[in-house]
Unconditional design. Structure first.
Ligand code: AMP
Ligand code: MG
Length: 347
């Protein structure tokens, strides 16, 4: 399969009829897969009502079939066709955060969506992305669009169209290139099927923001307690991993430099993930800067690109600084821990 790439200049092309998006939407209607930008990461979309279309997503990504997909909508009116909204908190959260990086897990109405989307569960994850290209594409496709991140399963999620092409060229029908994405980590997933909402995956919207809008919110214990299974099927899989093994270091600059020196002395090629504030302090084979520590949203925005960029260096080991688990820092640490396979060095 030849993968078509359409370039869309968000400012210039969307003010008129955009033939690139029309062509991409037609492919979705023909039950093909199309990758597109959202405000979080690039998604790989397919018609959520059609099982063969949805099967193509799992196949292209090599995604385990028990890991359900997020359904993307462009208008709130699309929701009632396939989901129940009987939780007052869900309504408040939608009103406050849609379009935006928040996914809600709601009871699913049977018989509308392909059962492959929900991996057979009786709930469905839904969100309305805050990106003009994504919204226009979904609108023109005229169907709810199932879309996980557009990477090979296990790799860091794509924040640029070139990441999608690197992973999926020849495996999907097309990519709409709308430039780099903004938030950089995936949506926050919140289950609204019980009395109190539960965060199943930390992301672009923080716990503090959720609580301000809808009252108390819990965090799935399975995310932090290794002995408990996570409530969200996808959270049990290894993810975001660069090719070289990675460890998070709880310690200062000197501790990390000492580890680098030690590993280099053993003949290893060593990388380090740090931020602008400490750009010049490390001596390593690859020093990668990811945003500013005093503005954690910039770390989130750059994280996957930096994780991917280590692969160019053919390293033997990578050390990453750790980040405070507050605000979007929770999502950053959740992704880093997965990238590290939970390897943490207490220095
Ligand atoms: P991705 O599409 O790769 O960003 O991942 C979507 C995340 O949402 C995965 O962790 C899924 O397991 C999770 N998810 C999707 N649908 C549901 C659902 N019905 N219940 C719980 N988690 C879900
Ligand atoms: Mg993903």
């Amino acid at each position: 399969m030849k993968t078509k790439v359409w370039t869309v200049d968000v400012k210039r092309d969307l003010s008129t009829n955009c033939p690139q998006i029309a062509q991409a939407a037609r492919l979705l209607q023909q039950n093909e897969t199309v990758a597109f930008p959202t405000e979080t990461v690039y998604g790989l979309g397919a018609n959520a009502k059609h099982s063969e279309a949805v099967a193509k997503i799992y196949e292209a990504k090599g995604r385990p079939s028990d890991n359900p997909l997020i359904v993307h909508i462009a208008e709130i009116e699309q929701l009632a066709e396939f989901a129940e909204v009987d939780s007052p908190q869900a309504e408040m959260l939608m009103k406050r955060f849609w379009p935006g990086p928040l996914t809600l897990v709601l009871p699913c109405k049977p018989g509308v969506l392909s059962t492959r989307v929900t991996a057979g569960l009786d709930t469905v994850a839904v969100r309305m992305p805050d990106h003009p290209v994504a919204l226009e594409l979904i609108r023109q496709a005229g169907v709810p669009v199932a879309a996980p991140s557009a990477n090979l399963s296990g790799k860091p999620s794509p924040t640029k169209a070139e990441h999608v092409v690197n992973d999926l060229n020849g495996r999907i029908a097309g990519v709409v290139d709308g430039g780099p994405t903004g938030v950089g980590v995936e949506s926050t997933v919140v289950s609204c099927t019980g009395e109190i909402p539960v965060i199943l995956r930390p992301g672009g919207v923080t716990k503090e923001q959720l609580e301000e809008a809808a009252g108390p919110v819990l965090i799935d214990q399975g995310l932090t307690d290794e002995k408990k299974a996570p409530m969200s099927p996808g959270m049990k899989y290894t993810h975001y991993a660069p090719e070289a093994p990675l460890a998070i270091v709880n310690g200062g600059v000197e501790d990390i430099q000492r580890l680098i020196d030690q590993y280099q002395k053993d003949g290893m090629k060593v990388g380090v993930l740090t931020t602008e504030e400490r750009a010049d302090v490390y001596q390593a084979d690859a020093v990668r800067i990811c945003g500013r520590r005093d503005r954690l949203e910039t770390v989130a925005a750059g994280l996957y690109d930096v994780l991917r960029s280590f692969d160019e260096e053919r390293l033997d080991f990578i050390f990453a600084e750790s980040f405070p688990e507050e605000g979007v820092g929770r999502a950053i640490m959740n992704r880093l821990l997965k990238a590290a396979g939970h390897r943490v060095i207490e220095a």
